[in-house]
Structure formats: structure tokens, C-alpha cells
Unconditional design. Structure first.
Lengths: 236, 115
């Protein structure tokens, strides 16, 4: 079996005037490795390659990247899932500024996340021990709290590409709903007011790229729909 | 806080609702016209003119025109804010669109009640 053809986006702003694609040949010995393993093998050939990684098991969300045109986590994406015609093309997450090679500046992504005030707010007196939730109330947070902020969803969303300074993006909106749906949070009205303008939430056109790429199998589009329902019932 | 002054409803929620409601009106009006044309294969001027002599058809048509105007304003405003990054170009496009919508709407009223 011939070597895997790996094509990687390279850009070092200190030495390159423009980004370019660099080709590598990797001998996988017929094994169905994860894409992150391939990156490690490439780095043995060229130690100047830069990419983020940490837990290598789909928990930390560091190695989000574009693999053969689709965003995902390199550590839990096997070659058999993405490789076509023995070729693997790796690019940084689209839409965010590239700092170097596969490393992007996540500043705008985090700024939108921060704007959603992703922490519990409750203006009632704190009970002696803890704020209790019924099992049913807790169930509402399933499918929301699992997000690891890898940015695969937001950077696959054209609305986020065009207006990353105004549209919160699927990841931020999923977290907005995570706190809107929480029975212990009392800042519901303030949270909804922040989302009522034409950009923050309503720039979502429901194309569901976010759902197609989420490595954790979450559904931001459904969360956005739920927020829309809350806004509508609040205002009509 | 994101602010806007050139979108139709000044709020994303109202723009969204206007877009959905106007889409339903336009769909029903389109079905009505297509059905009418199918049931009148040899349509002549007198029959067509007779249809629009009914007050309810005029009201229905005006509702469709207004829905079209609102739908186009919301939709094209969204397109302009996605793709036109230069403020002067974007604002110029929005002015032209709103002006054209106004002209078509007044013209539509004249067609419906003028004859």
C-alpha cells in the first residue's frame, strides 16, 4: 500500500509572505490511525510544524481543525472517516485569524462566549447548603453542558465568518441556552435582552453546519430555536 | 450590545417574525394565483380584469404586495450586512433597496385601484 499523501497548510508570519500548502508522505503501515497521530509523524519529519493538542482523547478541545474540508477534532477522527483517494488535507479552522500553521487566534470566539455570561446568576438569597434542582430540571441541561469549546461549530458557520464581531455563533448560543434553561438562574430577562437584536442570535439561518460537525454530537440549532421560542413568548 | 437603525423592525425578533408571516402570505397568494391560472387556461383581459374588480382580491393583493415589500427589506438588509463590508457601499445599497421597495409598493397600489 502506498504512503498516505498529507497536505498541510503552512504559514509562519515571521518568515512567509503568504500561506502555502506543504506535502508530506506518511507510511501508516496500513493502520487506521487518528489524524492527530499523523500530525505527530509529520512533526518528526518537520519539527517546525505548529498545532495545538493536549488530552488526545476528545475532551480538551484543543485540536479542532479542518480535515478534508470538514471541521473536527484530529485526536478522535480516524483516517477511515476522512481520507479520500489516499489523500489528507489539513487546514486551520476557517474564519479565524491564523497565528501559525494550524494554530488560530480564538480571541473573537472567546469574546462572544464571554458576552453570554456563561456562569450561573441568581439574585435570591443563597440557601444554607446548595440550590436544589429536581431530576427533571437537571435533565434540561443534557446536550448543553457537554460543550468543550473546540470552536468546530462556530468556524463552520458562514454567519460567524461574515460577522464574528456581532453574531454570537453556535457555541456561544448553546451556552446561552444552557443558562436560560437552568432552573437556578434568575438572569433570564437580561440574557434574552442581549439576544434580541438582528445579529447576536437572529443571524442564524438554520443551515445546521454546526450540528453536522460537532464532535460531541450536540445540537446548537435546536438550542437557538428554543431561545427564539423564549424570545417570542416573551414579546407577544 | 449590537445596535441597528436600517433594518425594518429595529429588532431581530420582529424582523424574524415579519419574515416568517410574510412568507406564509406570499405562499398562499402564489398558490391562489397559480390555481386561478390553471382553472382559466384561455384567460382574456376581461376575465383577468374581472378578478381584480373584487374588493377582496384587491385587499389580498395589497396584503401580498406589503408582505413582499417587508420580506424583501428584511432579506436584502441581511444580505447587505453579510456581504457588503464598506459602510458607504452598504448604506448606499440599503437606500437603493428601500427606495425601490417604496416605488414598487406605490406603483402596485396604483395598478390595483387606478384602473
Amino acid at each position: 500500500m502506498s504512503d498516505l499523501q498529507v497536505s498541510i497548510y503552512r504559514y509562519n508570519p515571521e518568515t512567509d509572505s503568504a500561506p502555502y500548502m506543504q506535502e508530506f508522505q506518511i507510511d501508516t503501515q496500513g493502520r487506521d490511525l487518528m489524524v492527530l497521530n499523523i500530525l505527530a509523524m509529520v512533526k518528526e519529519q518537520d519539527s517546525s510544524l505548529a498545532y495545538r493538542r493536549s488530552c488526545r482523547e476528545g475532551v480538551c478541545g484543543s485540536d479542532g481543525m479542518n480535515m478534508n474540508g470538514k471541521n473536527g477534532l484530529a485526536c478522535i477522527t480516524s483516517l477511515s472517516e476522512v481520507v479520500k483517494d489516499n489523500k489528507l488535507v489539513l487546514r486551520p479552522l476557517p474564519g479565524l485569524p491564523v497565528m501559525r500553521d494550524l494554530v488560530v487566534d480564538m480571541g473573537l470566539f472567546y469574546k462572544q462566549y464571554e458576552r453570554m455570561q456563561p456562569y450561573l446568576q441568581n439574585d435570591t438569597t443563597a440557601p444554607a447548603i446548595e440550590r436544589l434542582q429536581s431530576p427533571e430540571e437537571r435533565d434540561k441541561l443534557d446536550g448543553l453542558y457537554e460543550c468543550i469549546l473546540c470552536a468546530c461549530c462556530s468556524t463552520s458557520c458562514p454567519s460567524f465568518w461574515w460577522n464574528p464581531d456581532k453574531f454570537v455563533g453556535p457555541a456561544g448560543l448553546l451556552q446561552a441556552y444552557r443558562f436560560l434553561a437552568d432552573s437556578r438562574d434568575t438572569a433570564t430577562q437580561a440574557r434574552l435582552a442581549e439576544l434580541e437584536d438582528p445579529f447576536s442570535l437572529f443571524r442564524c439561518r438554520g443551515i445546521m453546519n454546526c450540528v453536522a460537525v460537532c464532535p460531541k454530537g450536540l445540537n446548537p440549532t435546536r438550542a437557538i430555536g428554543k431561545i427564539r421560542e423564549m424570545l417570542l413568548s416573551n414579546a407577544t | 450590545m449590537v445596535t441597528n437603525i436600517t433594518n425594518l423592525g429595529r429588532s431581530g425578533l420582529s424582523d424574524w417574525l415579519i419574515q416568517r408571516v410574510s412568507a406564509v402570505v406570499l405562499a398562499v397568494y402564489t398558490l391562489f394565483l397559480v390555481a386561478y391560472l390553471l382553472f382559466h387556461p384561455n384567460l382574456d383581459y376581461a376575465t383577468w380584469s374581472g378578478l381584480f374588480a373584487h374588493t377582496w382580491v384587491r385587499i389580498f393583493s395589497l396584503l401580498a404586495f406589503i408582505s413582499m415589500a417587508a420580506h424583501a427589506w428584511v432579506g436584502l438588509w441581511t444580505v447587505s450586512t453579510d456581504y457588503l463590508k464598506h459602510t458607504a457601499v452598504r448604506f448606499g445599497f440599503q437606500v437603493v433597496v428601500i427606495f425601490a421597495i417604496f416605488v414598487f409598493l406605490v406603483w402596485g397600489v396604483q395598478v390595483l385601484w387606478g384602473a
